[in-house]
Structures are given as structure tokens and as C-alpha cells.
Design a protein around this ligand. Structure first.
Ligand code: ZN
Length: 400
């Protein structure tokens, strides 16, 4: 018998407990134990007392011992202190959190299961309720998130989140140095951005040096109004994407004009993709067709040449040269008279300073693209996504 008790004590792995007896009933291993010492510090005066006021018994789920569901039965003592004998206090166990019906060891076991599984599966595996499982997961996930080393945040990215059916998050903010998600919030207006950054406190706001973003006025103005030391940096990927959209619009425009002039409604150039592709990546046949059409329609040839020219912008390595290039390119566009590219010129002019800020802070939202996929993935796995809070905790835990 002593051997069994000894063994059980070791298997429990809990300090300060003495096992009294054990039994197995209906496949549940029950362990009755006592604390090795019954004494506690009075919460009012701090002095130690051993005077027992009353005692009751409570059972707690614990880690399975040799694969058998294990329940720990413990006495809950209430002690009284001389300073106020009418108000006894609970003698707490260090391995049980307040108002919990399971040990911390068991909770951590649940937490680890939840990290790798859908909550619903953990519930049926362990035979515990969904709400309890989610609550345990949230507690330890938040503990883990808060315990991460918090270095000073200097460079951040702010980006759109495709709106998910069950979630109202529209905007995500990332720490671009640690590649972790700082927060998600609702809305994408200037007021939303301001409200969010204001909630982060003055010290945090003052520490931000640069913010990667697309050419969105609401993000930009929100940042300028709340982050006193931050430079907006236009994301290069977005700049390139916007340019390509304008080139594509120009092609459509030219094509429509040709259709009218030649009275041929079916006329297509067949170069939509080859016009936008990197020239080096073109197949021989695509190249042949592209040159043929560009020869035939000089406006399109100009459009193609300007597109190729602008690609050089992304290889420039000094701010001075980049600024000179923008002026040079704008002139080329003006000479071409292509309205869609002239509209791009105005964009370049409007965002010029923030496009050039890239040379002070070489940041982009590119690295966070992966997060958007991760977030989608979490959504797909349906990890407790019925509730925004649960979803956010899961995303923060995994996006780091
Ligand atoms: Zn006292």
C-alpha cells in the first residue's frame, strides 16, 4: 500500500501534498490527498495562522496517470486569524487557480492540446465543455502573449484585412521588426485609425519611427495626426500594383479607340498579360505578339516602353536618384499624353515624399502578406471563431 501511495505522489507531481488513499471506479482514478502543512498567512494582517475554522472536500481534474482519467480529492480548509475570527479565509493551493475545478497542470495539458487542435476536438477528447476549454485556452494564450519580450516598437505596418464573414476586423497593425501582429481593429477610416493609435498611449506613439502603408489617405492622415515622430512609407508592392492597373486601363482605352476607328468590335490585342509581365519573363511567342501589336499601334508601344522604364525605379538605391527619376519619368509620361499614366503622375506627385521615405526606412508590408494567409488559415480551421475575442487571441498567438 505504501508503495502505491509513494508512486501516486510521484506521479501527481504536486508539491506539498500527502496522498491518503486511492481507488479506481468506472475507469476514473481517484486520489485523496492532504496538504502536508495546514497554515496560511492572514490576508488582513499578514500573520501566520493554523487555526482551522471549517473544512470541506472538493474534487479537481488532474493530469491522467498512466492514461487513466485522474481526479484529485482535496480538503479545502478555511482558517481564521485572531485579528478577525468572524471572517475566515480559504487556504489556497498553489496549483489551483481561483474558481477553477482542475489543477494548473491539467489546464496546461488542455492548453497544449488546444494549440494543435480545434477546440471542439479537445472537448470531445477530454470530455470537458466547450466554454471551459475555450476559457482555459484564452487564459494561457494571453499569458504567453504577454510574456513575450516586448522590445520597443519602431517600425510598423498598417494594412487592410479582407473582411471576413464573421469578423468585423478591417485593419491590421504589425510590428515589422519582430514580424508579429500588434492588433486588429474595426474600420479603416481616419477616425478609426486615430482612435486606435490613441488607445496605445503616448510613449508607444512617440516611439514609432516609420509606418509602411498603401496610398490610403485615411491611414496616412490618421498616422500623421497621432504618431508625432512617424514617417509614412508607401509600400512598394502597392505602388507597383497601382501602376500596373493604370497601364492596363491605358491598354483598354487604346484598344477601345482602335475598335471604333477600325469599326471592329471584336478587335483584341491579345497582349493583356504580356504587357504587364516582366520583359525577361516573356515567352518567345508572347514577345513576338507584343512587338507586332506595338509596331502597329504606336500609342501601345509607348505605353509598353513607359512600363518597362518605370520598373527601373525599384532598382534605384539612393533617395536622390529616386527623386530625380520621378521627375524624369513624369516628363516622359507628359510627352506621351496617355491619360491613365498622367493620372499615375498625379499620384506620384501627391505621394512623392512618402514614396521617397522608403530610402530612410526600407520597410514594406510584404512580410505581413504571410499573416493574411495565416489568418485565413485560422479561420478555415474554425478555431472558436464564433467570437471575435477568441479569434483575436488565436491570431495573436500564432502571428508571431
Ligand atoms: Zn489577521
Amino acid at each position: 500500500m505504501n508503495n502505491v501511495v509513494d508512486f501516486t505522489e510521484k506521479m501527481l507531481g504536486l508539491q506539498g501534498l500527502k496522498v491518503i488513499h486511492t481507488y479506481v471506479n468506472n475507469g476514473i482514478f481517484t486520489v485523496c490527498a492532504m496538504p502536508t502543512a495546514v497554515s496560511g498567512a492572514c490576508p488582513k494582517c499578514g500573520s501566520t495562522t493554523e487555526t482551522i475554522h471549517d473544512v470541506r472536500v472538493q474534487d479537481y481534474m488532474h493530469l491522467p496517470i498512466w492514461g487513466t482519467k485522474t481526479v484529485l480529492v482535496l480538503p479545502i480548509f478555511r482558517l481564521e486569524c485572531k485579528c478577525d475570527p468572524d471572517h475566515p479565509f480559504d487556504l489556497r493551493y498553489s496549483f489551483i487557480r481561483k474558481y477553477q475545478r482542475q489543477t494548473v497542470h491539467y489546464e496546461k495539458h488542455i492548453y497544449n492540446l488546444c494549440k494543435q487542435n480545434v477546440i471542439k476536438n479537445v472537448c470531445s477528447l477530454e470530455g470537458i465543455s466547450y466554454v471551459k476549454c475555450q476559457r482555459i485556452f484564452n487564459h494561457y494564450a494571453q499569458e504567453e502573449i504577454y510574456s513575450r519580450p516586448s522590445n520597443k516598437v519602431r517600425l510598423i505596418g498598417i494594412d487592410d484585412l479582407a473582411r471576413k464573414k464573421d469578423h468585423n476586423y478591417n485593419t491590421a497593425v504589425y510590428d515589422l521588426e519582430t514580424h508579429s501582429l500588434i492588433a486588429m481593429f474595426k474600420g479603416r477610416t481616419k477616425e478609426d485609425v486615430i482612435a486606435f493609435f490613441k488607445s496605445l498611449g503616448e510613449e508607444f506613439r512617440g516611439g514609432i519611427e516609420a509606418v509602411a502603408m498603401d496610398m490610403s489617405r485615411s491611414y496616412c492622415n490618421g498616422v500623421l495626426e497621432t504618431l508625432p515622430n512617424a514617417k509614412p512609407v508607401i509600400d512598394r508592392f502597392h505602388l507597383s500594383q497601382l501602376f500596373h492597373n493604370q497601364v492596363d486601363d491605358a491598354r483598354k482605352h487604346i484598344q477601345n479607340k482602335v475598335r471604333k476607328e477600325e469599326d471592329n468590335k471584336q478587335k483584341v490585342f491579345g497582349i493583356r498579360w504580356s504587357l504587364l509581365k516582366n520583359f525577361e519573363d516573356l515567352e518567345a511567342e508572347e514577345m513576338r505578339q507584343l512587338f507586332k501589336v506595338c509596331d502597329e499601334y504606336p500609342k501601345l508601344g509607348q505605353c509598353f516602353a513607359l512600363k518597362e522604364e518605370f520598373h527601373k525605379f525599384f532598382d534605384i538605391d539612393t533617395k536622390e536618384n529616386a527623386a530625380a527619376f520621378i521627375e524624369y519619368f513624369k516628363e516622359l509620361v507628359e510627352e506621351s499624353g496617355i491619360p491613365e499614366l498622367q493620372s499615375f503622375n498625379r499620384t506620384l506627385e501627391r505621394w512623392r515624399e512618402y514614396i521617397l521615405n522608403f530610402y530612410d526606412y526600407k520597410i514594406s508590408n510584404g512580410p505581413t502578406e504571410g499573416f493574411n494567409n495565416k489568418i485565413k488559415n485560422i479561420k478555415r480551421r474554425a478555431y472558436g471563431y464564433r467570437n471575435d475575442k477568441n479569434f483575436e487571441i488565436r491570431v495573436k498567438l500564432e502571428c508571431a
